[in-house]
Design a protein around this ligand. Structure first.
Ligand SMILES: *Cc1c(COP(=O)(O)O)cnc(C)c1O
Length: 659
């Protein structure tokens, strides 16, 4: 990762360029000004003040003639900028990056300087005048940067030193003043260099504030109970201090590429400034309100948006807290719907072998065959499990397996027609049981069979929703509109636990009546939480702003290329291996790629999974195989190059662990 600083200012002409030159001199750093507007060249001044040779003063990424804000200058030239196209130059030295104008200067529609800063991941030093008005200007800049997830390393005060201003900025802004730099006259390389010793740059630490950092691992060991973890044998967890894009940063200074979207929740990348900002604004406005008797704009707007995005008349949004509660609410809706309709005999629930729907009792009941609930069976109600013809690339027998499954399913619905309350299915991909994929026509056919038998159709799109399978929702590709759809995970862009169970208007109407006993008597303390809704709305906006679906298509192309090559002996990038140490059943859809890894002796599924996890960790990638199923389910901001890297590492693992 590049180290160095991004230099921004409280305005133009506060001395950013002089400060940048000083930092270059102090750190023996290279200089880069990504966006230069106007006739002057700050690079020339930095060259003069540092003596850096031309190879270390990197050319501007964007040069615009008019001395205006970048977006206005670009507009004059009939251009639209995009910060995604601005890359930091490669250098082994520290890098000082100088912004144009202040933090909120617009660069392009929806993109300001702070967004560019956040993208670089560099800590910021804010240049400010030392005189009157500086406290207000500086605090405003610090607040804006912090709200956008930018790490502020310090403030530089330029001009006549003022001890009281310095004190108040440090106190109120919570950041150090790294230097007070008086006007230097004459300003030369030598006169500037004299101030290098005065510069007090903070070390980059995970821990904000004074004193020794807390021993997080010890506190965790003593008091935290982790999910799906055998504490007696599990290694200590890794402490994560920051996230940015597809990367996680550990307390001991490592970077990890998050190949599993942090348990499948994160679509747009970690700590995305647009989402962080939306949550911060909402938190300062209305953090939570009881959702019976009251409503609020974020919840109403999000329901409106979801209804617009979802197919058919899926237009009634019931909010809850997570994927399990979304399913729990759906199951209770289906059950009560038929009681309300005067059809109390419709009590059966049908689901699929291998289906997973969450960890609460109702969700366990319809997911019992996934094998995650050994010992909890007595707490569940009885559901019926139908065969699921999982398939993969170049699967020769899928037609036959689907035919057989449909015969069993057709028979089931024939026998139990009129008695089934609902069918629950993870459309197209069964996630937790190993990224088991089904063809759209099969999912459509079973959905139709259920509907013909009078059952409601529940699609659990907790994992598949929000672009995961390449379309916004998997049901689009299935071309079937369920009666109830469950959404969670990616709903809030991975920031907050919240879920939505969305029903058709017809289902909703089934709960209307003059008495309370027809109403859905279900709810949670945090139903409709405004912060979750604000995050979700911001996340949905990003799908358009960042062309997310086309990014997913680019990832799918890499999955297809690498997985089909991997499964073909001799065509993988590394050497071909004997058959017994192979991989099998490559499959991919949208952003998801998966393959069964049966390296070495078979029957050691779980062991190979944790070996692969270790192998990836040592190379700076986080994967979490499901037993012997290796899968990649990344944030959509992962680049195709990074995805190639993940497959390179898988091929390496295959060569090393399989031998
Ligand atoms: C993860 C998942 C759930 C459960 O969601 P939680 O938020 O973990 O409770 C339910 N259904 C599917 C398909 C899932 O992948």
């Amino acid at each position: 990762m590049t180290n160095g600083y991004f230099v921004t200012g409280t305005g133009t002409d506060v001395g950013k360029t002089v400060l940048s030159a000083l930092l270059c001199a102090a750190l023996d750093a290279d200089y880069f000004k990504p966006v230069q507007t106007g006739p002057e060249s700050d690079a020339g001044m930095v060259a003069r003040l540092t003596g850096l040779d031309a190879s270390r003063i990197h050319p501007n990424a964007v040069r615009l003639a008019a001395p205006l804000s970048p977006n206005q200058a670009a507009e004059l030239e009939g251009a639209t900028l995009d910060i995604a196209s601005i890359r930091l130059p490669a250098t082994s030295r520290p890098l000082i990056v100088e912004g144009a104008g202040g933090a909120l200067v617009p660069i392009a529609p929806g993109q300001d300087m702070a967004a560019l800063i956040a993208r670089t991941g560099l800590p910021v030093i804010v240049a400010a005048h030392s005189g009157l008005g500086t406290i207000n200007h500086t605090l405003l800049t610090l607040e804006a940067l912090t709200a956008r997830g930018v790490e502020v390393a310090g403030v530089a005060l330029l001009g006549e030193p003022n001890a009281l201003n310095r004190r108040d900025i440090e106190r109120l802004g919570g950041v150090p003043v790294v230097i007070e730099l008086p006007w230097i006259d004459p300003l030369t390389r030598e006169s500037l260099a004299a101030f290098v010793p005065a510069l007090k740059l903070p070390g980059r630490t995970a821990h904000a504030g004074n004193g020794t950092p807390p021993d997080v691992i010890a506190m965790d060991r003593d008091h935290v109970w982790h999910p799906f973890t055998q504490a007696a044998t599990a290694p200590a967890p890794v402490q994560i201090v920051r996230g940015r894009g597809a990367k996680l940063f550990t307390a001991d200074g490592r970077e990890l590429l998050d190949l599993v979207s942090s348990w499948w929740v994160n679509p747009h990348g970690h700590a995305h400034p647009a989402i962080a900002g939306a949550i911060a604004r909402q938190a300062a406005t209305l953090e939570q309100v009881i959702f019976a008797d009251f409503t609020h704009e974020p919840a109403a707007r999000l329901a409106h948006e979801l209804a617009r995005l979802l197919p058919g008349n899926l237009s009634r949004v019931f909010y809850s807290d997570n994927g399990s509660t979304a399913v729990e609410a759906a199951v209770k809706m289906a059950h009560q719907y038929w009681r309300n309709q005067g059809r109390p005999e419709r009590t059966r629930f049908a689901a699929f072998t291998g289906g997973y729907h969450g960890d609460t009792a109702g969700a366990m009941s319809v997911g019992l065959s996934s094998g995650f609930y050994k010992g909890f069976e007595p707490l569940t109600f009885k559901a019926d499990f139908l065969p699921y013809p999982a398939t993969w690339h170049d699967d020769p027998d899928i037609e036959e397996r689907e035919r057989n499954a449909l015969a069993v399913i057709g028979n089931y619905f024939g026998v139990h027609a009129g008695c089934v309350a609902a069918l629950a299915i993870e459309p197209l991909v069964q996630g937790a049981s190993g990224m088991r994929m089904a063809r759209p026509a099969f999912v459509r056919k079973v959905s139709e069979l259920a509907r013909q038998a009078g059952a409601l159709v529940i699609y659990d799109e907790v994992m598949t929703g929000f672009g995961r399978t390449g379309t916004m929702f998997a049901c689009e590709r299935v071309e079937f509109t369920p009666d109830i759809i469950c959404l969670a995970k990616g709903l809030t862009a991975g920031f907050l636990p919240m879920a939505a169970t969305v029903a058709t208007e017809a289902v909703y109407d089934g709960f209307k009546g003059q008495t309370f006993d027809r109403a859905l008597a279900h709810g949670h303390s945090f139903t409709g939480n405004p912060l979750g809704c604000a995050a979700a709305l911001a996340g949905l906006t990003l799908f358009e702003e960042e062309s997310t679906l086309s990014r997913i298509a680019a990832l799918e192309a890499v999955h297809a290329e690498r997985l089909s090559a991997l499964a073909q002996p001799g065509t993988a990038r590394t050497l071909a291996l004997p058959h017994h140490s192979g991989v099998a059943h490559p499959r991919w859809l949208g952003s998801i790629g998966a393959v069964d890894v049966t390296l070495g002796e078979s029957g050691y599924g779980a062991a190979i999974g944790s070996k692969i996890k270790e192998f990836f960790l040592t190379r700076g990638l986080y994967a979490r195989p499901l037993g012997e199923v290796f899968y990649i389910l990344p944030p959509y901001c992962l680049t195709p190059d990074e995805l190639h890297l993940a497959y390179d590492v898988l091929e390496e693992a295959r060569a090393e662990l399989g031998g």
